[in-house]
Design a protein around this ligand. Sequence first.
Ligand SMILES: [Zn+2]
Length: 239
Amino acid sequence: MTIIVTLRELHRILRQLADLRGRLAQGPRIVAAGEANVAKREEELRVAKEGSMRTRVLCNEKEVQLKQREGHIADTQRRLNACSSNREYQALVEQIAADEQANSVLSDEILEMLDKITAEKEKVIEIEGLLVQARQDLDKQRERVASERQSLEQEVARLSAELSSTERDVPAESRADYDRAVKGRGEEALAALEGDCCGGCYQRVTPQSINELKLGRVVFCKSCGRILYLLEDTRPFGG
Ligand SMILES: [Zn+2]
């Protein structure tokens, strides 16, 4: 392999490895997002159930209050029937009227609460459905990420081996520089020459550096320090 081809290959392998590692790193993030979604639905369900329970307790209390006041009205009615004084009679009539008025308000409140209980029950059922869906999604995500991880790891292993074997073609005198650059910057350690610019930082590369590149030397971009390579294997002497 000529150095030009070697560097081009190395950059391709390094980029693919970076992509694969990025996808590997994405897996746990996808699962974490799914877990967060399940946790969010669980919390929503807890809040909805609590709210629904509270409304039911409140509604029961109001129903008890209504019954008690109805009993009170019946008592007053009995006292009214047995009443002898006109003043007492008037007071009892007023009391009954007041109690009936209060119960009429209370009945309306209870009816409203019964509507609220129905709506809250529906909400709980809806959230339960969403939670089931979120858990199913999470299971599928876990499964998919696990199976993808296997094939991604195999691909990383294959490419890592290809990288090692291709790196053996880096000229000995440039190997230390190459290793240092790749260790520090990974796939960013290399850049293709695009026109007469570095494909990494887009600064102009001197004609002298381009000539050296074409002669098959290892050339670093003077602006960004990337190792440059040619996309086309065109050497000046038709070699
Ligand atoms: Zn550059």
